[in-house]
Design a protein around this ligand. Sequence first.
Ligand SMILES: Cc1cc2nc3c(=O)[nH]c(=O)nc-3n(C[C@H](O)[C@H](O)[C@H](O)COP(=O)(O)OP(=O)(O)OC[C@H]3O[C@@H](n4cnc5c(N)ncnc54)[C@H](O)[C@@H]3O)c2cc1C
Length: 423
Amino acid sequence: MSERDAHHVVIAGGGFGGLAVAQGLSGARVRITVVDQRNHHLFQPLLYQVGTATLATSEIAWPVRQLLRKRKEITTLLGTVSGVDADRRRLLLADGAELAYDTLVLATGARHAYFGHDEWEPYAPGLKTLEDATLIRRRILLAFEHAEREADEARRRAWLTFVIVGGGATGVELAGAITELAHVTLPDEFRSIDTRKSRVLLIEAGPRILPAFTPDLSAYAHAALERLGVEIQTGAPVSECSAQGVVFGGQALAARVILWAAGVRASPAASWLDMAADNAGRLKVSSDLSAPGRPEIFVIGDTATVDAWHGKPVPGIAPAAKQQGTHVAVTIKRRLAGDAAPRPFRYRHAGNLATVGRRAAVIDFGWIKIRGYLAWWIWGLAHIYFLIGVRNRLAVALSWLWIYLTGTRGACLITQAEPRGRG
Ligand SMILES: Cc1cc2nc3c(=O)[nH]c(=O)nc-3n(C[C@H](O)[C@H](O)[C@H](O)COP(=O)(O)OP(=O)(O)OC[C@H]3O[C@@H](n4cnc5c(N)ncnc54)[C@H](O)[C@@H]3O)c2cc1C
């Protein structure tokens, strides 16, 4: 069989799920095309550190083409998926191109969502891409610059009020990091303002922060954040975001920096295939992760939902996407070997981790719960381990060590223009 006749697997999305499929198919008699709208794979768990000037963009992202360069059977393409013609087995790209496939894997992830209030996005950017992170970094650093030159007390206070909407891991991590930026990194650098007087407010609509963690760990994180200086409002849904600030729980607060960490919406794979989705837009896949009635199409990671965690939905986290990618690769290999029996996916949960500022974290491995300084070390080592390549591991470890010892951050750079002319 010539290489051109080999079974063609098209993978849409070079994130955690898509790359796990490519990795799992190593050695299989297949031709693979990976198509992504961006040229890089992104380690999203550390994105908040780019947003808060701790790490540089290149420390948490890798060109997909470079990662796959040694796999001669893989072609990497830059392109935006806009649909699927399942009857003709074609993946449709936004520029009009089509990719024929024998097996298709949709692993196009998710974006943040505004619960029907997309008009809030310009005022409350979310964190999903490197551009989002550098935009957030720009807004945070510019706020201090404006405050330094602002004579009016009320306006200065608004510049120094940072609101984070959403008390999940990303919101908690952003709140801790911004507080430390204001309290540890910046005080010596400004003359007219005391950056330590900045207000960082974390607003959560539900009854507690870190709802994915056990109540005792979430209570610990709450207390640790308050000790750092973060103000926390629970049970207070945000009803408005604007250039002036936020309205939450019926009260208005003037704030020039609002960050959105409150919800996600899956990429539109369900509408590409005209199939059922849950209320976050995740396509309801069969137990083997294939699209119902389309065994040659798999949908994995943040863009799919399946009750494969002891009967509960699989969480939208990186290990879940990776495990699904590996499962799909094994299924494809078995099918090519003549075994077409569907194999149900079973998710194995390793645990939940979140940092609370620069010296504390909470970890729930199920069999053991750890919090505080030790948890922070384990969190750091785990994240360094999961980064790709020795250079990035060393670079991130060195950046963290430097900040830990000196408190200064080299990534305090205001770059990237504002979208839609704001700021
Ligand atoms: C700020 C943040 C922090 C997080 N922290 C953690 C954490 O600490 N631990 C954890 O386990 N998980 C964390 N997650 C969740 C984790 O990153 C996701 O669950 C994981 O990335 C899902 O993998 P995926 O392959 O489904 O999607 P992704 O990794 O998001 O990959 C999707 C890929 O598809 C591409 N794509 C999207 N649409 C298109 C299109 N139309 N055409 C072509 N390409 C497209 C994207 O460019 C991207 O490369 C975090 C997520 C965010 C946003």
